[in-house]
Write a protein that binds this ligand. Sequence first.
Ligand code: 13P
Length: 306
Amino acid sequence: MHKAVCGYEQTPIIFGGNNMLVNATEMLIKARDGHYGVPQFNINNLEWTKAVLTACEEMKSPVILGVSEGAGKYMTGFKTVAAMVDAMVDSMGITVPVALHLDHGTYEGCKACVEAGFSSIMFDGSHYSIEENVEKTKELVALAHSKGMSIEAEVGSIGGVEDGVVGNGEIADPAECAKITDLGIDFLAAGIGNIHGVYPANWKGLDFEALDRIHKATNNIPLVLHGGTGIPDDMIAKAISLGVSKININTECQLVFAEATRKYIEEGKDQQGKGFDPRKLLAPGAKAIEAKCKEKIELFGCAGKG
Ligand code: 13P
């Protein structure tokens, strides 16, 4: 089993019938102590998952597969996703540690993923008052830990483009971050001016002073950088040096997938021979995701860490 191969000390835990997954705690503690970042690549379908796993295995990198509630629904539900990922890790002979993580989960979504066999959850209570965020996070920490799962929580919402209006992303309050961290969560997403999607030209950049204050207030907990798409390489390096251990990438993989697929069709390749076969049609996009993942693994310094 890959846990033995990869040398992780984690006791194997069966997540809802699945046995090929690990939670994300150990990989993130190692990343924090080793000063590198573990990628969370979000997945959308089978081809996506296969491409990410292929890249991570080739680079010998640990990986967190992120699944948003929307993507989970698209794939017919969290149970399907958990069964697919577990079977793929097995069938592909993956030896690096793989965590299956709910991204920006609601309270109900978190509970559903615990049942479905995920190995990690994120509860995003950032839109609640801090009191309500604390109350719900606390309950979910107990539930996740009782199943051997890891849990991420969020303070200070991550911005993004909403109906064409660009939000710059909130800066989390270090005191609130400390309150949430003290609940026993395993890693913390704290807003430092990062946003989901492509950054606008007038983006002010990450607020490293805020990151430093948050890091100092949160007892060296592994920090999570959401909105990894388009953050310049030097900012990624600096964020890692200030306590970021997990970096989330979603949009960038979507963009390269779309670009490669468009090129294939524009070149008329779908009309040559059996080029319309989905295995051929989706191959350039999958290869593009693979290449993007490898590029990020190099950048985050986690090649060979799995
Ligand atoms: P991007 O889509 O900007 O890469 O952000 C991904 C993310 O943070 C998922 O939670």
